[in-house]
Design a protein around this ligand. Sequence first.
Ligand code: PLP
Length: 377
Amino acid sequence: MKVYLDNAATTPLDERVFEAMKPYFLEYHGNPSSIHTFGRTVRSGVEKARKQVADFLQVAPSEIFFTSGGTEADNTVINSAIAQYGIQHAITSKIEHHAVLHTLEYLEKAGKIHVHFVDLDPQGQVDYSHLEKLLKIHENAFVSLMHANNEIGNITDIDMVAELCGQHKAYYHSDTVQSLGHAAIDLSNPNIHSIVGSAHKFHGPKGVGLMYLRADKQLAPFLHGGGQERNMRGGTENVPGIVGLAKALELTISEQETNQQKLLELKQYTIQKLKENIEGVAFNGLSVDTGRSLHKVLSIGLPGVEDNDMVLFNLDINGIAVSGGSACSSGTSIGSHVLEAIQTKENMGLLRISFSRFNAKDEIDYFVEKLSLTLKS
Ligand code: PLP
């Protein structure tokens, strides 16, 4: 049996998404910037996708920009907003994705900004009063606090963050790569200035993402080139990817209620099975709190594990894909900066289990059975 439980790393492509993309690989091959009919046909595919995405997010099409993924989108917003608004202080948390953390650290090393970390409680929740304190000391700051965490699933109250940012004239960017299509995001909130998404996290293709940039906070480009994306992002558009992203978002949002119910049931079932079969199992962050975390992410601690990689390896031999923390590009196991920043029980193995609508309960039974055997061996 093959069981894929690493959907926070990436999700399988939905066949309906593939069908929507196919003509843009095989039939419509013009460059969207060309003015002949070939080009114009493709341009209309891109603009239709933009309009669809904007409608789903209830924003204007002119506020949506396509990128090569979440990383590029985060880099663009961080670099451009800090440069454009002459920002000197950035406020973030130690559990942000590296697309945010490494970019801010890079700018700090280059002497352009000072980075301040907001306190987190032992479960990784933002301490809002500390955030307010930092905002008061550093007016006009750049704030990057994610909506949902990729390792522990914690959901941050972005409306609360936005309100505080509004009071202290901060630019507020939220990395919503994990939450887009999974949790409600109200972009009518005037103090949320930018969010980002990535298609491969919601059954779309890899290598395509988006930025929402609020109309009254438009930024200068980060990638300079041919003036694509209304001068905001140079580079010929990944047209099949963009069409796929829009289709995947359409499916995720239109089927959200059913899918979220399914994910919730899978998560609750997994928690129950783990408690029944693995003595001393622990749950990290807020991931066991289904009201305050993504339904798709469960982070667990395993007692008596000396070699986490061996557990992952044994599960892999049995056809089961889970993660030891977050996906690492080199494939090697490195400590998780997220779990280091929060309180976890000591001397425990760590697994991130992440579900998708394509998982079923018998896969969970198989996973728990093999995990239990691995721990006993
Ligand atoms: N932000 C978060 C929270 C993520 O989980 C990821 C991917 O894991 C990214 C950003 C980067 O997205 P991409 O893989 O599209 O570059």
